[in-house]
Design a protein around this ligand. Sequence first.
Ligand SMILES: Nc1ncnc2c1ncn2[C@@H]1O[C@H](COP(=O)(O)OP(=O)(O)OP(=O)(O)O)[C@@H](O)[C@H]1O
Ligand SMILES: [Mg+2]
Length: 306
Amino acid sequence: MEIAGRVVRNAAFWMPRRAPSIKNTPSGPETQVARLPFLRQIGRKGAETAAEFPFSVPVVRSLTTLAFPEPVTFFVGENGSGKSTLLEGIAAAAKLPAVGSADLAGDATLVAQRTLGAALQLTWNRRTHKGFFLRAEDFFGFTRRLSAMRAEFLRELAAIDVEYEGRSTLSKGLARMPASRSLAEMEQRYGIDLDANSHGQSFLKLFQSRFVPGGLYLLDEPEAPLSPQSQLALMMMMQDMISQDAQFIVATHSPILLAYPGAAIYSFDALPVQRTEYEELEHVRLTKDFLNQPGRYLRALREASE
Ligand SMILES: Nc1ncnc2c1ncn2[C@@H]1O[C@H](COP(=O)(O)OP(=O)(O)OP(=O)(O)O)[C@@H](O)[C@H]1O
Ligand SMILES: [Mg+2]
């Protein structure tokens, strides 16, 4: 089996192992093998009296504290239950950069979420400023912005070639240097063929190039463009990153991603949000049941078309 260009010889290969149990050594050396996740918990700074969005969302209104004891935490729940709202609030409070079309601080669509961010109390085991926040819809903006930047660098270089025609190689080389260096860095980091990949392929490439050790990653429905195999590839990348001291908080509907071993799963279908076991999730039960007997679910469709 091949997953995102990696040959996987047996089905168990990709399965991440549970992170080793963590020894908290506040005064110990920083070289401990396993470390506590960066973000320990979120809570509310005070009783919020505002009635409008985002405080109108029941899970936000009923939030007291939420702990992140594992390197991977999932937010799961029905559409509209508030997963993105809370994730965006955490991203704003943690001041994480957005891998999107606009930075969080300047994104006009996230004004309310910044208000939530300001109302959240974040407790850190260790503060990190590495990592990013990714909304699935932002990825389109991100690739567009990258190709616009690349086109701009190429235009700049072409203009320099015209302007410096007939002048020494040295002066032309010096003039070209800033743009060609930026272009080379961009191409090295993202691959010049980002546009030539499919949405899902680009998404995996983005993860590969942007994951750095020691980061906190907030991902909102990263499964959106990914095939089941690519979701397994994403899980392998997450495992790699966790072994290099990373933390993930992921809003998802994917029964595949949700199976990440040892993850803390919070159901947003309960008030307040409640920690839940994988096997008890409605997403998992329904998907299993549907795959076992699709006819039972599709009978209604057939009857409607008769
Ligand atoms: N900018 C906004 N202004 C007002 N209400 C909003 C805004 N954004 C979201 N909501 C409402 O807040 C609630 C929670 O939305 P949110 O996007 O957080 O849900 P979700 O759990 O992420 O859903 P999904 O699974 O569909 O992504 C919904 O009822 C939604 O209509
Ligand atoms: Mg959402």
